[in-house]
Design a binder for this molecule. Sequence first.
Ligand SMILES: O=C(O)CCC(=O)C(=O)O
Ligand SMILES: [Fe+2]
Length: 354
Amino acid sequence: MMAEGEEKKERELGRKLVQELSETGQEPPIRYIQRAEDRPIAPPPPSSTVPVVDLHRLLQTDGQDEAAKLRSALESWGLFQAIGHEMSVSFLDEVRNAAREFFQLPMEAKQKYKCLTKGKLEGYESDPIASEDQILDWCDRLYLMVQPENGRNLALWPANPHSFREILHEYTMKSRKVADKVLMAMAKLLDVNEEYFTHQLGDTAAVYARFNYYPCCSRPDLVFGLKPHTDGSMITFVLLDKDVEGLQVLKDDEWVRVPPNPHALLVNLGDQMEIMSNGIFKSPVHRVVTNSEKERISVVMFYALEPEKELEPAERLVDEMRPRLYRKVKTKDYLEVFFQSFSQGKRAIDWVKI
Ligand SMILES: O=C(O)CCC(=O)C(=O)O
Ligand SMILES: [Fe+2]
């Protein structure tokens, strides 16, 4: 572990990326070490496995069985592996490879994409520090707004690998189509207007791509790649590493490992959907563990309401039988509380619970 003097020096010189810490092969610095009671312990074999939903089947006229699977997945897990989404494995591999190639560039080449504006989260960096006593995650990331298109900061979009921008654009467009389909199927399940969620997102939705890179860690028993959290989005897509496992989801107080599946896109509900569905659908707590031998990547798309929009349960889902569970807030106010809570390993949703 890092001595106190060394830590002070680090604070003065600026922070190292996790990749640089990993390359030293030393034990993780103290700021990454979880409290004894929070450390990852390998979960026992789970009593259930993450549900898989075939989106192609779901949208066919006889898709009732698949719709029932979707309902159960969203009510009891808050996530599922989507197949039949019409993106080919070779395309998904291109996205994964673009991510991997970016993180493999020399450090000087990546430093260009560091965001220098304080308070802005976009760009290449390690876990942003939001509070003094925050325990840091063993993860570097490249975080980019992809929609609305006029909100893109192209200076932070890597020019290398040379196909990166084109692939990210294509992935953005294709994923959005899938997101709209999933959201329409969800609206149908809830018996609200089929376009309720897609309209709420609309042209102004804030969509961010986050490329996560989890370098090898000599002490996976002490740190998290990502500490337990929920997403602040409405819905999230995670393109998991093709080979290396790491993501776990909390289901009935038990950590369940999410296995890699090269064809699938993991669909994960965020807090905004839990609120909008008045608690019928859940925003699951999940975490990422590290690996001493293998690095891992993931590519995540977060779909969220435009920051000025009001966030509240759909009126149709509030009645005498099901009273309103969350109060109305402005999305940007929610997200501000969300990022603070996230850094401390706390849930923001309690702040809007009635
Ligand atoms: O890397 C993963 O598998 C999940 C990432 C995640 O949960 C996130 O970026 O919010
Ligand atoms: Fe997440």
